[in-house]
Design a protein around this ligand. Structure first.
Ligand code: AMP
Length: 304
């Protein structure tokens, strides 16, 4: 079934303890779409400025299932740009700068031919832009959003109003705490359910993820990656969401058990993203690589 995403297409500069990547393709939408494309076609609605490198377009176009008909270029505007730095253990990240550029302007237009989209993912961007996209799909089957500290800080009321229209919210542990003022992730997720969604996934980086759903609670470990394979964690959250929504859209399901399985697909696809800077690793792999790692993960995570 059709999957659509809005979010940022960005130019990233990332510092890690062992290296630096400058001006690489990034943005929540780019990682999401690349990750989802292994399971299902994915439509992008986003905007970039005149400074967006042609090479970044070529990279996005290299993913077979990514449709760019909803990607607007605004020649006189600036592309979203983000810089971040990881500390020694790669578990902590500081944002060095966020230049919103086009994200501060009018939301991108939704092409007429995308109006039949059933699975809607609102990747990280301003909650107002997320709500704008969502309003185009009154007959959707599933709407899920991601958010992060910046938006909780500067657009909390728009975010809370968006929550009332969502089926699911994905966020990380610190963001769940920030949004609810609650340290325990399960209790924090329950508070978010009271604001509207049917389920919340709380991601805890190398410690995995928790799913709190109206019909039950599920936990999932992260893929057990060796530190030397973790090159750049940027985009892990967005790739997780892409794998997750890609699975659901490809199966047409939305129930609790399917969402639990979807978490595993998200985890496995994200484990590839972090093995290189930008979209490099996702460009190298095939569906067969993902399937093989999924089998290893299932064996490693088996209980009983
Ligand atoms: P993740 O590591 O999954 O949290 O996502 C990192 C990606 O999100 C980077 O490629 C950034 O360009 C992008 N990003 C960073 N901050 C924001 C923000 N406030 N809104 C939307 N996208 C962002």
């Amino acid at each position: 079934m059709s999957l659509i995403v809005t979010g940022t297409i960005g130019i990233d500069t990332v510092h890690t303890p062992t290296g630096k990547a400058e001006g690489v393709p990034g943005g929540s939408c780019a990682y999401f779409a690349a990750a989802a494309s292994f399971q299902t076609p994915v439509r992008i609605v986003a905007a970039v400025g005149g400074d967006w490198p042609a090479e970044h377009r070529t990279i996005l176009e290299s993913f077979d299932n990514v449709c760019l008909a909803g990607l607007e270029t605004r020649p006189d505007s600036k592309t979203f740009a983000w810089g971040g730095r990881y500390l020694d253990d790669m578990n902590q990240r500081e944002t060095l700068y966020t230049h919103l550029g086009v994200v501060e302007e009018d939301p991108p237009a939704v092409p007429e031919k995308y109006r039949d989209s059933e699975y809607v993912f609102l990747a990280n961007t301003h909650p107002g832009v997320q709500a704008h996209l969502l309003s185009h799909f009154p007959d959707r089957k599933l709407a899920v959003a991601d958010t992060m500290d910046l938006w909780i800080n500067i657009a909390r009321s728009e975010l809370v109003s968006l929550l009332g229209q969502l089926d699911g919210l994905a966020l990380n542990y610190e963001e769940a705490e920030q949004l609810t003022d609650t340290r325990n992730p399960v209790t924090a997720a329950r508070k978010i359910l009271e604001m509207g969604p049917t389920f919340v996934t709380v991601k805890k980086g190398e410690h995995g993820a928790i799913l709190v759903h109206q019909d039950g609670v599920a936990v999932l470990p992260a893929y057990p990656a060796e530190l030397e394979h973790v090159v750049d964690p940027t985009g892990a959250g967005d790739s997780f969401a892409g794998g997750f929504m890609g699975y659901l859209a490809s199966t047409g399901k939305t129930d609790f058990r399917s969402i639990q399985t979807a978490l595993a697909w998200g985890t496995v696809i994200a484990s590839f993203t972090i093995e290189s800077f930008g979209l490099n690793r996702l460009r190298e792999i095939t569906r067969a690589d993902i399937d093989e790692r999924m089998r290893k993960f299932q064996a490693a995570a088996r209980v009983g």
